[in-house]
Design a protein. Structure first.
Length: 765
């Protein structure tokens, strides 16, 4: 039987069930090419078997017979995209993205035909199967025929129970509105009501037929309606039923009423919860108002004291011994952990299960990083900033929390872009975070003290270990950031960041629009860091892959070292639902181009059929003869260790997250500070600096409507500038970078003399 969902203007208005016979498809098998990202990148020949909507694969038919299956794909629950010219088939299962290729056209056509048939059959089985049903509207398949007396008794039960349920619900909603302290009890009552509905299904002893099998609306399947929680029973069913028309009508009315009651109660509870949080925020702000003058005075005193005695500030925020919550060891537990993290019910201080063996060897982290702090200059770089521009105190919270995105239908936006680059697709501003890509490049320097320590380490192998830790640390801030995306910089946009506490100065520029390329340059007395990066975003139906193209570069002048490495692939899974999670996978190869003493290979392990560990990083430092000198392991969101457990040494561990981080885009403490605009810097910055961008600033302040309007205006201005340049054959030349996107050494000179206020700067917004 076939399940069909009708759409009106792309929005599912009402789901109807149409039953047609779907013949069981024949088993299909053969060889296809499967793409591997690492190790052994490229296309590899594999033997596939398609049976009952499940696609299994292994190296050979013999391995399949022996049960040596490399992987299994549920075709019915996957989003399938086809590229006829390339003879490619892409399957997105949320957890993984499979890229398949067929050599001959005939074989390709056969596979596509079979996959479509099996996919339809499998979806039909999911709809019919009681085991897969998430909400049983109709009686259980195991229910035997009941007597007419039982039917009458069941009708009286429904009629007597329904009004009482409605009355109770209305009175409780009124009570909740009057007393916000009953919120917890309300949540428990809602859960109890839901469990009662489940119990109710067990007692519905009524006749059953295959036509009235339980229905599941799977949110991960675009072919099924994802916007309603309860399926409306069909008004007309062609198959003969053994129950009366009166019972059918009563059952339909009950389901509709239950849906309305539950939805109203749930909506009321959510609304009150939101209002409660707003009131808490208002009260908190009122409490802080009286202390503003005192805080400003303390900041000024601290700044003056720092200038007088040149004290190095400890990196307590960046180098806390607290670790973020460790993820579970299985994929299913991983999903549960993500739900806990997103609902902000986890504790930052809770120890992870798999860290017990390293807790004894990680106590030296504070000691090590204190020495790092001692080696970093906290004074003003080159004496270019004076007076109040030197500031130690930085903000610890954003002006407004992240907006609600539950009402955005991403599928309607992305459905026509499967397999395409999303860099040209305009997204609603609610999906953005109040930072852009240029600021993200600066965020990779959050743990720049690792480079400072490398600049003071004589052993070349240990220097390589520290460079590897720095390369891994750049991904830590993404752990809680899967729910939003950075703003795309417009052509010519810039960003600068001077961190006296970290001893570096940074600037970046958007040097190309199509393709989008961002370049940055950072310098310190201990190191020079620069990179140019181009992002390719591919949407596969349930997941989005971010493919970086470009290199990262670091020089350590003291030793004459010049390190170069690449970035790994990033994938955001479950993108169409609210429980998105992020994964990084691939291999980073770090080379010192000025010395062949050693290289480092750092692998970000992808969760696969055999390995359920998440966020794992494994690496080795190899000498000229290919001998392993150091072994590295850890998780990119928790820390990196050198050696062999239990005697391994902690090289790096991320700092603790700020309070209520889940309400503020999942920003780290460092990220919160990036878009802060010091009034004393306004006259020193070019007007193209990202902190002057109005749509980004408005989103940060919580004004979503105005931010959306400004975003459209800025994008239209950019399109207008591009048309003008094309019509007049004008080639854009970046202001502060040159091919191949290294600094032209003019940014800081122009900033100092004559100042950006006297330099011709394009108007971007």
């Amino acid at each position: 039987r076939k399940f069909t969902t009708f759409y009106d203007e792309g929005i599912p208005q009402r789901a109807l069930l149409i039953y047609t016979n779907v013949q069981k498809p024949d088993k299909h098998e053969g060889f296809m090419l499967k793409k591997r990202k690492w190790p052994l990148k490229g296309w590899h020949k594999r033997f596939f078997v398609l049976d009952n909507g499940m696609l299994k694969y292994s190296k050979s038919p013999i391995d399949i017979q022996k049960g040596k299956v490399h992987g299994s794909i549920d075709v019915g629950l996957s989003v399938m995209s086809i590229k006829k010219k390339a003879r490619r088939i892409d399957l997105d299962t949320e957890e993984h993205i499979y890229h398949l290729k067929v050599k001959s056209q005939d074989s390709f056509d056969a596979w596509v035909s079979k996959l479509r048939h099996h996919r339809l059959y499998r979806q039909n089985e999911i709809v019919r199967s009681p085991r897969d049903a998430s909400f049983h509207i109709f009686p259980s398949a195991s229910t035997t025929e009941s007597s007419p007396a039982a039917n009458v008794k069941f009708k009286h039960f429904i009629i007597n129970s329904l009004p009482a349920t409605c009355t109770t619900g209305q009175s409780k909603v009124a009570a909740w509105l009057q007393d916000s302290e009953e919120m917890d009890r309300c949540a428990e009552d809602l859960a109890h009501c839901q469990s009662n509905l489940v119990e109710l299904r067990k007692y519905r002893g009524v006749p059953f037929s295959a036509t009235m099998s339980p229905v599941r609306l799977h949110s991960s399947n675009p072919n099924l309606c994802a916007d309603i929680e309860f399926q409306t029973p069909p008004s007309h069913v062609t198959d003969p039923l053994e129950c009366s028309t009166e019972y059918m009508k009563l059952q339909e009315e009950f389901c509709l009423m239950a849906q309305k009651v539950h939805s109203l109660l749930k909506s009321a509870f959510n609304s009150i919860a939101i209002e409660k949080e707003k009131l808490k925020q208002i009260v908190s702000e009122q409490d802080l108002t009286g202390h503003n003058a005192q805080i400003a005075h303390l900041r000024q005193s601290l700044s003056q004291m720092g200038e007088q005695i040149h004290v190095s500030l400890p990196l307590s925020q960046q180098v806390s011994n607290e670790s973020r919550l460790s993820m579970s060891e299985s994929v299913s537990e991983f999903f549960d952990a993500q739900e806990v993290l997103l609902s902000a019910s986890s504790s930052e201080n809770e120890a992870s299960d798999d860290e017990s063996y390293i807790s004894d060897v990680s106590d030296n982290i504070s000691e090590d990083n204190t020495s790092v702090a001692d080696n970093i200059s906290r004074q003003i770089l080159n004496g270019e900033l004076t007076g109040g521009a030197f500031r130690n105190g930085r903000r610890t919270c954003l002006p407004a929390p992240s907006p609600d995105t539950s009402n955005i239908n991403l599928w309607n936006i992305l459905r026509n872009n499967i397999g395409k680059d999303l860099s040209k697709v305009s997204m609603p501003v609610e999906l953005n975070e109040p930072l852009n890509t240029l600021q993200h490049l600066c965020e990779e320097l959050e743990y720049s003290e690792l480079l400072d320590k490398a600049a003071e380490t004589d052993d070349p192998y240990e220097r390589m270990v520290l460079i590897a830790a720095f390369a891994a640390s750049g991904y830590a801030s993404t752990y809680f950031r899967a729910g939003s995306k950075p703003f795309n910089p417009v052509l010519g946009e810039t960003y600068e960041c001077i961190r006296e506490d970290k001893g570096f100065r940074f600037f970046s520029e958007q040097v190309s629009h199509h393709p989008p390329i961002s370049a940055c340059h950072c310098e310190s007395k201990n190191f020079v860091f620069w990179q140019d990066i181009r992002w390719k975003n591919k949407f596969w139906g349930k997941s989005m892959e971010i493919l970086p193209v470009g290199t990262l570069n670091v020089t350590l002048p003291k030793y004459g070292d010049y390190y170069v490495w690449n970035k790994v692939t990033t994938c955001i899974h479950n993108i169409l639902s609210g429980r998105r999670w992020i994964e990084h996978y691939g291999e980073i190869t770090i080379r010192n181009t000025k010395s062949s003493v050693c290289i480092c290979k750092l692998t970000f392990v992808k969760v696969n059929y055999w390995n359920s560990n998440v966020n794992e990083v494994q690496g080795v430092v190899i000498d000229q003869e290919g001998k392993v000198v150091h072994r590295l392991f850890g998780k990119w969101h928790e820390g990196l260790y050198c050696g062999v457990a239990p005697s391994a040494k902690c090289i790096w561990r991320p700092g603790s997250m700020p309070t209520n981080y889940e309400r503020y885009y999942g920003f780290t403490r460092f990220a919160i500070e990036l878009n802060e605009l010091d009034p004393l810097l306004k006259d020193l910055l070019p007007t193209t600096d990202a902190r002057f961008r109005p749509d980004q600033r408005l989103l940060e302040e919580g004004n979503v409507e105005a931010a959306s309007s400004e975003k459209q205006r800025i994008e239209e201005l950019q399109r207008g500038r591009r048309r003008y340049m094309e019509e007049n054959s004008i080639e854009y030349v970046p202001k502060f970078f040159k091919e191949a996107w290294v600094t032209n050494d003019t940014y800081w000179e122009l900033r100092k003399d004559p100042g950006f206020s006297k330099v011709e700067i394009p108007v971007l917004w």
